[in-house]
Design a protein around this ligand. Structure first.
Ligand SMILES: Cc1cc2nc3c(=O)[nH]c(=O)nc-3n(C[C@H](O)[C@H](O)[C@H](O)COP(=O)(O)O)c2cc1C
Length: 253
């Protein structure tokens, strides 16, 4: 064990914060940690928006269903960004195809997501807690318009950071046998005994944790997640098209 591993292995999302705001130095430190994360083709194809406007925070609270984010010590919006690259690139058929491609969309999303995790871990190393929020995509078009996101950008994640006012129990993860394989993919079946053991562990976790106790297994949780109405987020594809991402391979053109 070393301090880095201790931080990584003690991660838990924090959803209750004290009233203390992050200092400008803390904000700069988190952004630096994000910037030093690996970045696809060294293109640094993401932007970070600090959201301090209370009205915008309130809208994000509504969109995500997490009004508590308004009381966080700081809020970041992580944006996949090929717009900056477009400004640096002379326009021709090849550069246009690249900038609008699925490949570059994914690269921006990878960059934004990896940068987000760097901020989470950096924050935790400073005693801060955070919650990553994919729920900004509950109303992607509204987020795009709220932050004036130009063509070739896309909101990826929100990140609420602050001084923790709770210490939830660690959520047990899947046994490694189910996620880490040697050389070949190992398919799972729903009645796998290792999965059954994990389901028992998750049931105990949900019974014993401090809040929102309930009867739950991992299998049931996944069934619930997969049973949500897919139309709820169908707008994502509309938003991607609006932002200029074609989801086409140039070979198809
Ligand atoms: C991509 C992504 C999106 C997430 N979106 C949300 C969210 O919208 N709201 C939320 O409360 N937590 C969100 N989370 C946090 C997860 O719920 C959390 O990481 C997971 O339940 C495991 O719990 P832990 O982080 O406490 O270990 C998100 C996490 C990730 C990685």
């Amino acid at each position: 064990m070393n301090p880095t591993l201790t931080t990584l292995l003690n991660h838990r999302s924090i959803r209750k914060f004290t009233a203390e705001k992050l200092t400008p130095t803390e904000v700069d430190t988190l952004v630096s940690a994000a910037q030093h994360a690996a970045t696809s083709t060294f293109s640094q194809q993401y932007s970070i928006i600090s959201v301090t406007d209370p009205q915008k925070l309130a809208v994000l609270g509504e969109i995500t269903g997490h009004p508590w984010l308004e009381g966080a010590g700081h809020y970041f919006l992580m944006v996949a960004d090929q717009y900056r690259n477009a400004q640096l690139t002379p326009k021709n058929a090849t550069t246009t195809a690249n900038l609008h491609s699925t490949d570059k969309l994914l690269a921006g999303i990878f960059d934004a997501a990896i940068a987000t995790e760097a901020m989470v871990t950096a924050g935790e190393s400073l005693g801060l807690g955070s919650t990553v929020m994919g729920s900004i995509l509950n109303d992607t078009l509204r987020v795009i318009s709220l932050f004036n996101l130009p063509e070739l950008t896309f909101p990826v994640l929100g990140l609420a950071v602050g001084h923790p006012a709770e210490k939830p129990a660690l959520k047990p993860r899947l046994p490694q046998e189910l996620v880490h394989f040697d050389n070949d993919y190992q398919p799972i079946t729903a009645n796998d005994p290792i999965l059954s053991g994990y389901n028992h562990l998750i049931t105990t976790y949900y019974h014993e944790r401090g809040s929102h106790q309930r009867d739950e297994t991992f299998t049931h949780h996944i069934v619930t997640e997969m049973s949500r109405d897919p139309k709820q987020r169908a707008e994502i594809l509309v938003a991607l098209a609006q932002q200029g991402f074609t989801l086409n391979s140039p070979i198809q053109d």
